[in-house]
Design a protein around this ligand. Sequence first.
Ligand SMILES: C[S@@+](CC[C@H](N)C(=O)[O-])C[C@H]1O[C@@H](n2cnc3c(N)ncnc32)[C@H](O)[C@@H]1O
Length: 262
Amino acid sequence: MLTSLPFRSLCIRGTRAGKILTPNSSIVPTCFYSSAKQWSQRQKNDYFVKQAMTNNYRARSAFKLIELNDKHRFLRKGHICVDCGASPGGWSQVASEKVCRKLRPLEKRELSDGYVIAIDLLPINPIPGVHILQKDFTELSTQNTIKNILDKRKVHVVISDMAPSFTGNHAVDHVRIMNLCESALGFAEIILRKGGTFVCKFIMGGTERDFKLLLQSKFSKVYHEKPASSRKESTEGFFVCTGYLGQKKEPVEEYDDDIDYN
Ligand SMILES: C[S@@+](CC[C@H](N)C(=O)[O-])C[C@H]1O[C@@H](n2cnc3c(N)ncnc32)[C@H](O)[C@@H]1O
């Protein structure tokens, strides 16, 4: 059973001065909506917010992952999935439903049961089948913790819905989210198995084209997606990259016996 959260936690995670916190995008500058009332009215009328409540998902963003996965089928039973930027847990709920064969307590759980590791700066209430880490994903120590959990096993899927706290300055927000995408990709290159899938959210702003080229050099297929559940007015998009080609081997420097190196 998925954990049911009260309606309030689905709609409004909290407010900060001049900002509105949303379930799926951390912070939306209030300039988007003339008032918090207008924003909450839109939430109430939103089809996917209603669907999330009906299906006990913590965030409407769960439907973005459902749509992406329905199209590309990258989450399968027994898979290991790393979910970066996972709070409040909508994507992790979906990932756990799709990959976990058995929902055992954490201490008895095995990677082969299907396993989700969810990382976020913010807390995440427990989700069956999900190993939660409240940490900064970009830190080496966090990535080492994930590697220790994996115990040399490679993962099938890395998903990133990470988003910084938005400033309202689109150029700045674009660069910051692309940095998070690069960080997720860098780690995915280390932990993904050959043939694995990488999914990341970005917001458009120019540099996503270069990032796509980079992805194309590492995966056999790269798709730019805009699921129906992603709001039309949002400039967010998703890259779904399938068929990881594997890590390139570092060239090994060989010593030539005939050269005097001193
Ligand atoms: C759009 S929300 C994720 C929603 C989530 N996928 C869901 O369905 O519930 C983006 C999240 O990225 C997290 N985030 C941003 N930077 C991060 C970082 N460096 N490390 C971990 N999480 C980060 C934020 O704290 C925020 O909760």
